[in-house]
Design a protein around this ligand. Structure first.
Ligand SMILES: [Zn+2]
Length: 80
């Protein structure tokens, strides 16, 4: 039984290790109350700090929560 749990971890780790970098812009599944879904990453690590591009609000999120919230990454505005 217990091993089944550890078997599931690689999938989670796969998401965990996704490449997020400071300066990247991400789109979240849920929109912010201001109507924007785009956020700029200001800090990565165990906690992420992201800034709403709609209203400029800065939010801190634990990494797992951030990873869940993000739908797509828009690399540093390079892919316009
Ligand atoms: Zn906002």
């Amino acid at each position: 039984m217990a091993w089944r749990r550890t078997q599931r971890q690689p999938a989670i780790l796969g998401e965990w290790s996704m490449d997020y970098q400071v300066g990247d812009v991400v789109r979240t599944r849920k929109e912010h109350p201001c109507g924007s879904v785009e956020w700029e990453i200001m800090r990565t690590g165990a906690d992420f700090r992201i800034k709403c591009l709609g209203c400029g609000r800065v939010v801190m999120l634990p990494r797992p929560k951030f990873v869940k919230a993000v739908k797509t990454i828009v690399k540093g505005g390079a892919e316009k």
